[in-house]
Design a protein around this ligand. Structure first.
Ligand code: R5P
Length: 288
């Protein structure tokens, strides 16, 4: 049985379709005082897959996920695989300052405690997040799907990582498309402000694709795009896995003259064109 949580209804349905299954009906609503009510309305099987991203509103989506998970466990479902396409709190995987909560670790422990047998996610912000789990945890890559999309639309592009952390993504896509890649130097001044230094790439009259795992406020992409424009890029596309897109992030990005923004559907947004459903379906099928 496949259950799509409120945050991943469409993606859940797409995964179910890939696997020739019907999505299990789930009733999830809020009581007038704001508390959550969930009821699994389908037939209970011995195996289940729950698909729920934990982006905004993170705590509500997490609570719903825990309720579904624990309910299945209480109903004696033995094998419960949890797919969290976008793993919220993934950027707080360690204690950066004394006294901070290691939020991702707390979530990992609660998922196991609630009954998860196996965890799947996509392009986790840190690979090390898998090590927080004692159950098998899989970090899938959406880069081949993004590369396929770009390869059909861009002619010999340069793939640019807006910071060193995203270099691996640029490398992976460039490897598939057999094209050039590089990265830019980024310094984060505050959660909202980043400074990006010009790179040495010759992007003049070239089609450039900026690739990152997450677009949140858009600050990273805005800086990168402005610099690439100054260096004469003829076309700039932006792609990411997780379109967190806080407030007017998209508007700020398009205002720099970007031609296209495209992401996967780990989170629902206006630019979630590339579906990760086949990736999830394959992973579930291979292991299960
Ligand atoms: C940072 O390490 C990530 O890979 C992204 O570059 C970052 O989360 C993007 O954030 P923002 O859109 O707020 O600049």
């Amino acid at each position: 049985m496949i259950i799509g949580g409120s945050a991943s209804q469409k993606l859940g349905a797409l995964v179910a379709k890939e696997l020739n299954e019907i999505l299990c009906p789930l009733e999830s609503r809020k009581f007038p005082d704001g508390e959550r009510y969930i009821r699994i309305r389908g037939n209970i099987d011995t195996k289940a897959v729950i698909i729920q991203s934990t982006g905004y509103p993170q705590d509500q989506n997490l609570m719903e996920l825990f309720f579904i998970l624990k309910t299945l466990k209480n109903l004696e479902v033995e094998d419960i695989r949890v797919v969290i396409p976008y793993f919220g709190y993934g950027r707080q995987e360690k204690r950066f300052k004394s006294g901070e909560a290691i939020s991702a670790q707390v979530i990992a422990e609660l998922l196991e405690e609630a009954g998860a047998s196996e965890l799947y996610s996509i392009n986790l912000h840190e690979d090390g997040l898998c090590d927080l789990f004692n159950i098998p945890a899989h970090n899938l890559s959406a880069m081949p799907l993004i590369a396929e999309y770009l390869g059909e639309r861009y002619n010999d592009p340069i793939i640019v990582a807006p910071d060193k952390g995203a270099l691996g993504f640029a490398h992976e896509i460039a490897g598939i498309l057999n094209c050039e890649y590089d990265y830019m130097e980024k310094t984060r001044i505050s959660p909202e402000v980043v400074e990006t230094k010009p790179n040495k790439l010759d992007v003049k009259d070239r089609e450039v694709v900026i690739i990152d795992d997450i677009i949140s406020t858009g600050g990273t992409i805005v800086n990168a795009s402005q610099i690439l424009r100054k260096h004469g890029a003829s076309k700039i596309a932006v792609s990411c896995v997780h379109p967190v897109l806080v407030e007017d992030a998209l508007l700020k990005i398009f205002a720099t003259g970007v031609d296209e923004v495209v992401s996967t559907d780990t989170l629902q947004s206006d630019v979630s064109t590339i579906s990760v459903a086949p990736l999830i379906a394959r992973a579930i099928n291979n292991v299960g």
